[in-house]
Design a protein. Structure first.
Length: 284
């Protein structure tokens, strides 16, 4: 892959959760291209191994590991394997996360007539189990891997954690209260961890992506019949000063900067928005 710049991650072990997904697979590739040995963790072991196999084809040292970020025994087994095959973790990238339809409303705002329309999911219809799923996946899915893998970092220099938050943490989007709230929790937790681990030299920061067109959200943003933006996508573009969606490669520079002790050794507890100005724009 083409890199914006090179950093030295030789002799470093990076663990990437959610690594079977498109974005985190690209993150893993960027870290590998800079010399890191990569453990790709994903609930889908086959997807994790597929990403790892591609990295090995490109000359990297990588393993795919099936792991559930919501089950500590699963993570402990993964950590044991990582330490045995690659060495102790130096960099933990908490990339696992996502949303759920049961934590999503149909409309941007509530009107009284919505109560008598059974086709709509209003705020009052939000399923607590859906909300719980989203909070668990994003928040506990960051906390539990951190509890497990940071134990391998204690007493070793140059270790860090990079969490994946969202611009939703800065400016909550309509319709997705569970996801927005969960990512706000990830940002807050990032700051808390940065303070908590500061005396043992472990830096903790986060990347907050804005809107990036991917296979996962393509149907939401692109009309399949016309190939044009959906109304929601157009609203996003209208409120993004740069007037476009981001490309996943445009997150790599921020990732590498945060991963490099030489480049960002005094950067700790920050959440960096990479959103084309979306979080800065008032709409006026």
């Amino acid at each position: 892959m083409k890199l914006p710049f090179k950093i030295d991650l030789n002799d470093k072990v990076a663990v990437v959760t959610g690594g079977g997904g498109v974005l985190c697979a690209e993150f893993a590739a960027a870290l590998a291209a800079n010399g890191a040995r990569i453990a790709v963790l994903d609930l889908n072991a086959e997807a994790a191994e597929k990403v790892a196999a591609k990295l090995r084809e490109e000359g990297a040292t990588a393993i795919g590991v099936g792991a559930n970020v919501l089950e500590r025994p699963s993570l402990e087994a993964a950590a044991e394997r990582v330490a045995k095959e690659l060495g102790p973790c130096d960099l933990l990238l908490n990339g696992a996360g996502g949303n759920h339809p049961k934590g999503t409303t149909t409309r941007d705002w509530f009107e009284p007539a919505d109560l008598v329309d059974p086709s709509l999911t209003t705020f009052f219809d939000l399923d607590p189990k859906g909300i719980e799923f989203v909070f668990n996946l994003n928040f506990l899915g960051t906390l539990l891997p951190t509890q497990v893998f940071v134990q391998q970092m204690i007493g070793r220099a140059g270790c860090s954690i990079i969490n994946v938050s969202s611009m939703n943490a800065f400016r909550p989007l309509t319709r997705i209260p569970a996801y927005s709230g969960a990512k706000a929790a990830v940002s807050n937790f990032t700051q808390w961890l940065a303070v908590h681990f500061s005396k043992v030299g472990i830096r903790v920061n986060a990347i907050a992506p804005g809107f990036f067109l991917s296979e996962q959200n393509r149907k939401l943003l692109i009309d399949e019949a016309t190939g044009e933006f959906t109304p929601r996508a157009q609203k996003i573009i209208d409120h993004t000063p740069m007037g476009r969606f981001g490309e996943s490669r445009e997150l790599v520079g921020t990732l590498l900067w945060l991963a490099s002790e030489e480049a960002s050794g005094f950067v700790n507890g920050v959440v960096v928005p990479v959103d084309g100005g979306f979080s800065a724009y008032s709409g006026v």
